[in-house]
Design a protein around this ligand. Sequence first.
Ligand SMILES: [Zn+2]
Length: 258
Amino acid sequence: MTLTKETYFSPEMMRAYMSVSQFKTFEKCEYMGVAELRGEYVRPMTTSLLVGSYVDAHFERTLDLFRAMHPDLYKRDGTLKQEYKQAEQIIERIERDALFMRYMDGEPQVIMTGEIAGVPVKIKIDAYHPHRAIVDLKIMRGFEPLYVPGEGRLNFIEAWRYDLQGAVYQEVVRQNTGETLPFFIAAATKEPVTDIAVIRVPDAQLAACLEIFKANAPRYQLLKDGGAEPVRCERCDACKITKTLTGIMTMEELNNIE
Ligand SMILES: [Zn+2]
């Protein structure tokens, strides 16, 4: 099987290549990473995620396919459900802004592969501008900083590790083309009135994130290959589903839950 738009998210390709989202899952919980790979755990699709996917599909020019795959988006009379009307509103807002559209106007959904720290990696770029830029579209709840346990308040790019995504994208593009291109996040919000921004993630920050990827990816690859036992966090959904109590929790342990 070869890596294409159709096979990109297939179990085979998830096993063959590490994606940034797979890396993030392992980072969150090793057990969840392995469970997802085995098909024992499937991340739930929420309305909020679907709004983002709808906007993505529009700019990927695959909205017809997306609609066919999600008939639940529509009411009996064929009109879009209220929750998803917001997606249309976000698209309209983005299309009204010339600068935003210029950044979105690259080659859509460009797939590339590379190897980082000996680990095969796959990426899918939302808007690729050869020799010029790498752009990723994000639909956010808002632009305000978010609280991350153990880290404090972080801007949304750092909180969601989009800088790590940029680091891997920049490196894989460099391996394929020999060029180090700037990485931009083109973002719009799901607020009642949509906000928009295009943000450049500094190269120094991308370089720092790439080191984190290089440091941890080999361990996650070992887990993918079944060469080590995954550590369980006992807090994520994959762990909760398969949890067996082995003792009594102390009040102190309860107080320390983040
Ligand atoms: Zn877990």
